[in-house]
Design a binder for this molecule. Structure first.
Ligand code: GLC
Ligand code: CA
Length: 536
């Protein structure tokens, strides 16, 4: 073992290179979780204080949204310094303490590597706009004299940006940006950019971070005559990144954020030599569609279209996250349907999606929430829980951008939902006081005291998942009984055979299954360990 491994607190973790296949990931923004110093903004001190809660919930990895120095015009996805912590959240020392405390509890930590773009306040951009055209400093970003280049690239933040080019009066040129105009895209044709990115990556991996989410990764390169997504050059760079990680570090994980159709998303696994994980974006809206339509077709259809993935690879599955419920990877018809049934209020819509949390999307119906979480935890992949959804937190569609799903975690019925001691007017965002999801009723304290609460149900679900590796690693086979309202599949890993039967209807349903392949076996219901009659 090299000195580096010995020094880092990751030696407190089990030595398992495939840990991400059995993981349960919890997504959280440090700003939103708990305020340790009483200034109205969550911080690393506060997050560390709540690690016992996360351990009790049973999650095995935390994915932290960007906490670096930033003007915070896109919640930190606009980075101005890759290796410093935003002072609102604490210091590097606080981060180290947090990382060690997480590792001591067997919890791994995944952070963000936002490499497609930086903030326009990043020193690299300030230097680039001053530098002479043609120099490496200038070419850290993508410049043009006209707005005519790369016309086939779509605009992602279509409610906010009219073009992927913006004029810089200092440089007297246009610069390229796939997101907000204050987020200029880095130029991956410049080898110096690769070097700078590798330095940032080494900084966090040396410290002992276990995984990196690669934000907005399909857009690294631009080429004329293409839509500038998923280009061969982008994949070549990611392979180089992976090689770098493998040559220097043990048991680390790269997670691709590629909001793409299945056949394009699988490319991010390469031959097992690119990213270890990738989000499965298209399956997410189809879970919601199947539920509303009371029909298993959308789920089975998208999984049928999903190619097999290399042995060491894993999908990351989610129901909700910090962004809008994206409807980019559905047909126009399906998008209309989703808007109609899940976002009849136009305020709930943003860009090509819906800015709501899980509970309000499901009409705060406990059975629907349990059903979708059960599918999240049993379909092939690793589940990602969005903070607050384990207690059924509400949202606030009257806040701007995607802030309505980023409000403070609700710990108790105390002032500011127990999130902060500060003057309520000083909170980074107001707490939820909508009557149905008011923090006085929807909070961790209240639910901890009620073993029949959603929180306790989620804890049992997490535990159940961790008892059977078939969920994270097994094969899937769909059974197709006549009744399409019932989704049935078998997950299997050697002698672990798990039958999942999900009734998508609001009403009780009847289904007849052909289980002759399992003749003579005694089914055991997994939640209650009840033995059923043996199969004949
Ligand atoms: C990713 C993030 C999103 C951010 C965007 C631009 O899609 O999830 O929150 O706004 O990248 O960085
Ligand atoms: Ca604080």
């Amino acid at each position: 073992m090299s000195r580096k491994f010995a020094k880092s607190s990751s030696i407190l973790l089990d030595d398992n290179p495939l840990w991400y296949r059995d993981a349960v990931i919890y997504e959280v923004h440090v700003r939103a979780f708990h305020d340790g110093n009483g200034d109205g903004i969550g911080d690393f001190q506060g997050l560390s204080e709540k690690l016992d809660y996360l351990q009790d919930l049973g999650v095995t990895a935390l994915w932290l949204l960007p906490f670096y120095v930033s003007p915070l015009k896109d919640d930190g996805y606009d980075i101005a310094d890759y290796t410093q912590i935003h002072p609102d959240y604490g210091t590097l020392h606080d981060f180290r303490l947090f990382l060690r405390a997480a590792h001591e509890r067997g919890i791994r930590v995944i952070t963000e590597l936002v490499i497609n773009h930086t903030s326009d306040q990043h020193p690299w951009f300030l230097r680039a706009r001053d530098a002479k055209p043609g120099t490496s400093a200038r070419n850290f970003y993508v410049w043009s004299d006209t707005q005519e280049r790369y016309p086939e690239a779509r605009i992602i933040f279509k409610d906010f940006e009219p073009s992927n080019w913006s004029w810089d009066p200092m440089a007297k040129a246009y610069y390229w940006h796939r997101f907000y105009s204050h987020q200029p895209d880095l130029n991956f044709d410049n080898p110096e950019v690769h070097k700078a990115i590798f330095d940032a990556l080494d900084f966090w991996l040396d410290m002992g971070v276990d995984g990196l989410r690669l934000d907005a990764v399909p857009y690294l390169y631009e080429r004329e005559g293409t839509n500038c997504e998923n280009l061969a050059e982008t994949h070549a760079f990611l392979k180089k990144l992976r090689q770098h990680v493998d040559s220097k570090y043990k048991n680390r994980m790269l997670l691709a954020e590629a909001n793409q159709w299945p056949e394009d998303a699988v490319a991010y696994f390469g031959d097992g030599d690119e990213c270890h994980m990738a989000f499965h974006f298209p399956v997410m809206p189809r879970l919601f569609m199947s539920l509303y339509m009371e029909d298993r077709f959308p789920i089975i259809d998208i999984l049928d279209q999903t190619p097999a993935i290399p042995e060491s690879s894993q999908w990351a599955l989610f129901l909700r996250n910090h962004d809008e419920l994206t409807l980019e990877m559905v047909t126009d018809e399906d998008r209309d349907y989703m808007y109609k049934v899940y976002a009849s209020d136009p305020r709930a819509r943003i860009n090509l999606g819906i800015r709501r949390r899980l509970a309000p999307l499901l009409a705060t119906n406990r059975r629907r929430v349990e059903l979708l979480n059960s599918l999240l935890f049993s379909l092939p992949g690793t589940p990602v829980i969005y903070y607050g959804d384990e207690i059924g937190m509400g949202d606030n569609i009257y806040l701007g951008d995607r802030n309505g799903v980023r409000t403070p975690m609700q710990w108790s019925a105390d002032r500011n939902a127990g999130f902060s001691r500060t003057n309520p007017q000083r909170l980074y965002l107001p707490v939820i006081i909508d009557p149905e999801h008011h923090y006085e009723t929807v909070n961790v304290d209240a639910q901890q005291q009620n073993p029949a609460s959603l929180l306790w149900w989620m804890k049992r679900l997490v535990l159940l998942r961790k008892n059977y590796q078939a969920f994270g690693r097994g094969t899937i086979e769909f059974l197709l009984p006549d009744n399409r309202k019932v989704l049935v599949f078998v997950r299997r890993l050697s002698d672990e055979i798990i039958l999942v039967v999900a009734n998508l209807s609001r009403f009780v349903n009847y289904v007849e299954l052909d289980l002759s392949a399992y003749k003579g076996m005694v089914p055991v219901e997994l939640f209650g360990h009840t033995r059923f009659p043996s199969m004949s």
